[in-house]
Design a protein around this ligand. Structure first.
Ligand code: SF4
Length: 565
């Protein structure tokens, strides 16, 4: 299929193509990124220095007609955790990059002149790197608008905002969704936007005009299996028909809706933050549900308008509502939508940023519930304000700013809404995954009687999902991925072979982190301070943690487990 790697050297300002190794054909997205980083990056390097590399990698199935399979992985050494990190996003660029035949783009080096900004563009006729002074310092929507004037409507963009350009460790990498001017999808966790921006790179433009979907080697088998797969999905319950924001009542009931900087895990005004309010507003305000990338059949992404009927943001997700809303005691969805938009504009992770603002409120910088104060603070992120800059650097930077000792972070990264004290297997994921406190690495809501096993299995399925190109909200099982990989490459992989690919990804990441000296230390207060509404704290023992690192036999649960984020 002529697969290629594109290597962008920001020091020399050169771009070159390399053949994609045949032995890596079943590696994509997160698994491929881990393999490249382990092979090419010194784990002890400065994450914002020239020796770190940022890998953009669509999944194994991306660019094909497999539904919901065009996700883009962004990988690198994290400026937040100092370990390996992968953040995964929808948007249009993953699908397009794969259709151009690129299995990965490796961005290395660092521009010699820190004042200059560069744009890499690709299309079927080739690639180029050019200076783009007009984009310097621009927030993402303005930058995408300018970019879309230069390129045709088949072009999608990957870019960083001012936070990434300034190397703030809460920075995300933005991807444009259906409209090229909406950089509303973010590879958000781990501060990879700062790694991207530190190279002098402002944007990547991917134009797939004149390309066709990637063709499987066994077209009949691929087509046949897709019929079954799509039918099963359509006949089942689409849990995300109205997006993740409608999860609020369940999360609140389960005591996993952070409130007052996690002093509580149930919010008294949770009903005001329930995503059903957004859905009810669609009729009068406009907006609605859509898919953020071509080929998605889940369409979990909401488009949120204000009372005047104007577009504000997309998508307003559960995690954003939990961290920027209830965690800060902000009970107004319109204000949370503005905070989400500002994070997208600045190129910031809403989880890290909401956690940082909640901690700043707890330290007395603002009153809990002061939405306008939080919005004003975010507005100052790109204007040199020291507290706003600490917020943009994340939870631990705010803790340092105030000398706080009750810090809601694990291994340097702010904790997502899904609360480890209330969810014992998810706690083990945060303590063992190389992704650290990241619910997308292995969220387990119902752990059963062996949290270590539940965590390991969830981590394995999610690692595989993030390598395949599938969105976690499609909920693929290992068997689905196996059937499609076999048809894609006319191969004969067994269930165990495919499960091994997920495990190998985890092992590569663990190896990198061991060399990097990554420390996923759990803050002591999470063992002693119980969640008031369920009296739970983290009780995981050293043995529970150790068991997650030892491969367990394939179980029926693993065979039936769906990826979930
Ligand atoms: S399921 Fe949701 S997040 Fe995933 S690709 Fe579709 S719209 Fe985007």
């Amino acid at each position: 299929m002529g697969d290629k790697i594109l290597r962008v050297n920001m020091t020399d300002l050169t771009v070159k193509e390399e053949p994609f190794p045949e032995e890596w054909k079943f590696l994509g997205g997160r698994g491929l990124s881990a393999k490249i980083l382990l092979k090419e990056v010194d784990p002890t390097c400065d994450p914002l220095g020239p020796d770190n590399k940022v890998v953009l990698a669509p999944g194994v199935l991306s660019g094909s007609v497999a539904p919901t399979s065009g996700r883009m992985s962004v990988g690198g050494k994290s400026p937040l955790t100092n370990g390996i990190k992968e953040a995964n996003s929808g948007g249009q660029a993953g699908q397009k990059m794969a259709k151009l035949g690129y299995r990965a783009m490796i961005i290395e080096g660092k521009a010699k002149d820190p004042e200059k900004r560069y744009l890499v563009s690709l299309n079927k006729d080739g690639y180029a790197i050019t200076e783009c002074p007009e984009l310097k310092g621009l927030r993402t929507y303005a930058a995408a608008e300018k970019l879309s004037e230069k390129f045709n409507d088949k072009t999608a963009f990957v870019l960083c905002g001012p936070a990434g350009e300034k190397g703030f460790s809460g920075a995300s990498v933005a991807l444009t969704d259906e409209g090229a001017t909406h950089p509303a999808r973010h590879a958000a966790r781990g501060g990879l936007g700062a790694a991207f921006g530190s190279k002098g790179l402002k944007a990547v433009a991917v134009d797939d005009s004149g390309t066709k979907p990637r063709q499987p080697q066994d077209q009949a088998a691929f087509k046949d299996y897709l019929k079954t797969f799509t039918k099963e999905f359509k006949e089942g319950t689409n849990l995300f028909e109205y997006g993740t924001s409608t999860t609020v009542p369940v999360a609140n009931m389960l005591s996993t809706f952070p409130t007052r900087n996690r002093h509580e895990m149930q919010f008294e005004h949770a009903d005001k933050l329930d995503g059903k309010n957004l859905v009810e507003n669609f009729e009068t305000r406009g907006g609605g549900m859509h898919h953020c990338m071509t080929g998605c059949i889940v369409s979990c992404s909401n488009v949120v308008h204000n009372a005047a009927g104007e577009y504000v943001t997309s998508a307003l997700e559960f995690e954003t509502i939990g961290l920027c809303g209830s965690n800060c005691c902000i009970d107004d969805l319109d204000k949370v939508a503005i905070m989400d938009r500002l994070c997208d504009e600045l190129g910031l992770d809403t989880i890290e940023t909401g956690g940082a603002i909640g901690l700043a409120m707890d330290c007395g910088a603002l009153e809990f519930g002061d939405a306008d104060g939080a919005i004003a603070l975010l507005e100052k992120v790109d204007k040199g304000d020291p507290l706003a800059e600490a917020v943009a650097k994340g939870v631990c930077a705010v803790a340092e700013h105030f000398n706080a000792d009750r810090v809601p972070a694990i291994g340097g990264q702010g904790i997502p809404a899904w609360e480890p004290r209330s969810l014992p297997a998810t706690a083990l994921t945060y303590m063992t995954s190389a992704m650290g406190a990241d619910h997308t690495a292995g969220l387990v809501i119902a752990a059963g009687d062996d949290p270590s096993k539940s965590s390991q299995e969830a981590q394995l399925v999610n690692a595989l999902c993030d390598s395949s190109g599938f969105c976690q909200f499609q909920g693929p099982k290992i068997e689905n991925i196996r059937a499609l990989y076999n048809a894609m490459y006319a191969a004969d992989l067994s269930f165990e072979d495919v499960a091994d690919l997920g495990w190998q990804c985890m092992q590569d990441e663990w190896e990198f982190n061991k060399k990097a000296g990554y420390d996923p230390a759990l803050p002591e207060w999470m063992r002693t301070e119980k969640v008031p509404s369920n009296d739970m704290a983290i009780t995981a023992t050293e043995d529970d943690v150790a068991r997650v690192f030892e491969r367990m036999p394939v179980s029926d649960e693993l065979r039936n487990l769906k990826a979930v984020g």
